[in-house]
Design a protein around this ligand. Structure first.
Ligand code: FES
Length: 599
């Protein structure tokens, strides 16, 4: 049919007429916003008169679903630059479907600019959005995010509020370019920084890489945390089919934004809430997809937090199980060696990938489209078998992540075997320990540092409380003297996270963390550490008597904060294996907050 012959199958967004049939359909009187606007009393008079103050006639909101458009745009957020205008496309869709749009700005959490780490603020954004939704007269929400922590934060909020919600991913930026070479976010920054330290590229080259690595608005275009988390949002059923793969600068992204606006209005009438979508099976689908994508290690923390909010019992063992059976088939850097998210989109995107692992998915899970996951991917195709591989020809035979346990990490830690040199998958090495980032940074450039390529570099006090906020320090730099010898990977061990764009034999999220006295706090220079990924083990080769002696001598480092948000953070943050949520935000903490009183 003329006008529908597109590269990308958008037919799943043509939602008119699709409706749930479980007799939960809302009426204008039962809309949540009617509590604010409908009563004949003094308070509602105030709400109506103030809406008219903004220039809206009563017929523009009366009896219509009010749709919050939660916008994480800011001048300090390069990945969401386009949200300033994209929000208008969402509004267009909302109006077209008979809703009333209400834009609500929220914290923007720029991964690149916000310090010390956005992870310190993920839960603050989640609280911000949950309370924005709770306190305002809204019936449903379009959540605009994409840069790493914004996706889990927005989904945590929507999960706790449980209003109909649809997640609008910012989309990956265009491929980077330098002298005709493709540049990938993060991954090529680390790579060319090592080349610069080794004296192999000039200052001019370095500046040119700087100018060419981020060419458009949108999120990092490697399979970093942003691409991982937006794919998870889609596979869990919270985004429109195919939405997460569309490049930010593609006109299809604008059409998708408008479709989000149209669809959320129908979701409100159908009362299609996150609780009906985010079942245990939906989380299992997300884990399966994450493994096949070659996902960021950060996925584990965010998904566990989200599942716990949804009341689903998901833990490290679920990732471990999926990792044993689902191969990495997305040939996208850093697990893959060549392609980026733009290539992934042209190759068929996430629906294409899911069609290849269909046998591992629960196809009957409901999604925001009003259709099941199986229906969403029924027409999906793959257009390039090298970018999206078959399960018979994967880029890594097992899933992207492996969970290790042992006397160094009784509650677990994580490695991304698909992104490290295979010789390190089984390794014994001598510990070289740093207690903080500044001392590590200083030592790493010391030409006389006593280190070999077989050492295990350790950074501690970098976990949820110790960092604080578990910064992405886990890809410790290779000592400069080894870089000059051509060494590009070593075993590194920490209670930190690492960027999803990072790579190497980095063992992360060691739990419990060293700052609170986890076993990592007891390691000394010269100790031997043994890693065996196939056996999923990580051990400190030191006797229990000696460890007990060290434990008795250990003293907790100074408190990180004595007032403010940081003070609250360090007292309430959970460990990595529990998702790093605040204890008081977890669903099981107490009775639900309930609707605000209006008097
Ligand atoms: Fe925003 Fe990477 S810095 S997604």
């Amino acid at each position: 049919m003329l006008g529908t012959d597109r590269l990308w199958d958008e037919s799943a967004w043509a939602i008119a007429g699709i409706a749930m049939t479980d007799n939960t359909k809302k009426t204008p009187e039962t809309l949540r916003s009617a509590r604010w606007f409908a009563p004949d009393d003094l308070r509602s008079f105030g709400h109506r008169s103030r809406a008219m103050q903004m220039g809206y006639a009563p017929e523009e909101w009366r009896g219509r679903p009010v749709i919050a458009i939660v916008n994480t745009w800011s001048d300090a957020q390069p990945c969401h630059m386009h949200f300033r205008s994209r929000v208008d496309d969402v509004k267009r869709g909302v109006l077209m479907a008979g809703g009333f749009p209400m834009e609500l700005p929220a914290l923007s959490l720029s991964e690149s600019l916000l310090k010390p780490t956005t992870m310190l603020y993920r839960n603050l954004l989640a609280m911000d959005v949950e309370e924005l939704l709770r306190g305002h007269p809204v019936d449903g929400a379009v959540l605009m995010g994409g840069c790493d922590k914004t996706t889990p934060a927005l989904l945590l909020a929507a999960t706790s509020m449980n209003l109909p919600a649809i997640y609008l991913p910012a989309g990956p930026m265009l491929r980077g370019n330098w002298k005709g070479k493709t540049l990938g976010s993060g991954s090529d920054a680390w790579k060319y920084w090592d080349e610069r330290r080794a004296g192999r590229i000039s200052e001019k080259d370095w500046v040119d890489v700087e100018a060419g690595i981020a060419r458009s608005y949108g999120t990092c275009m490697t399979m970093g945390t942003a691409s991982t988390m937006t794919a998870i949002a889609e596979s869990i059923g919270m985004s429109l089919p195919g939405a997460s793969s569309i490049p930010a600068a593609d006109a299809g992204h604008i059409r998708m934004a408008s479709a989000c606006g149209r669809r959320i209005v129908e979701m409100v009438w159908d009362d299609l809430t996150p609780q009906k979508i985010q079942t245990r099976k939906a989380f299992e689908n997300a884990i399966t997809v994450a493994m096949a994508m070659g996902c960021s290690t950060n996925a584990i923390i965010h998904l566990i937090a989200q599942a716990r909010r949804a009341g689903q019992d998901i833990g490290l063992d679920d990732f471990e199980k999926a990792s044993r059976k689902v191969p990495v088939i997305a040939n996208v850097r850093p697990s893959g060696d060549e392609y980026l998210m733009e290539d992934f989109y042209y190759a068929g995107g996430l629906p294409g990938l899911m069609s290849r692992i269909r046998q591992h998915l629960h196809l009957d899970c409901m999604t925001v489209s009003g259709r099941t996951l199986g229906e969403n991917i029924a027409r999906a195709e793959v257009h390039n078998d090298d970018v999206i591989r078959t399960v018979e020809n994967p880029i890594y035979a097992e899933g992207a992540l492996a969970v290790l346990k042992g006397n160094l990490a009784p509650d677990g830690c994580v490695i991304k075997p698909s992104a490290c040199e295979p010789r390190f998958l089984r390794h014994t090495g001598t510990a070289l320990v740093f207690d903080d980032y500044p001392s590590m940074k200083k030592a790493i450039d010391d030409p006389d540092l006593d280190v070999t390529a077989d050492h295990v570099l350790i950074l501690r006090n970098a976990g949820p409380q110790g960092g604080p906020g578990m910064p992405e320090w886990g890809m410790l730099p290779i000592p400069t003297k080894l870089v000059k010898q051509g060494i590009r990977d070593m075993v590194r061990l920490s209670d930190a996270r690492m960027s999803g764009t990072s790579y190497g034999a980095c063992i992360l999220h060691v739990s419990p963390e060293s700052y609170i006295g986890g076993p990592l706090a007891l390691v000394k220079n010269g100790d031997r550490i043994t890693l065996d990924v196939a056996a999923r083990s990580i051990n400190l080769d030191v006797g229990e008597a000696e460890l007990a002696r060290r434990r008795a001598e250990w003293k907790q480092p100074e408190p990180r904060f004595e007032r403010g948000y940081g003070w609250m953070f360090t007292r309430h943050i959970r460990q990595a294996n529990e998702g790093c949520d605040f204890d008081f935000l977890e669903t099981s903490f107490g009775a639900p907050a309930g609707e605000p009183s209006i008097y």
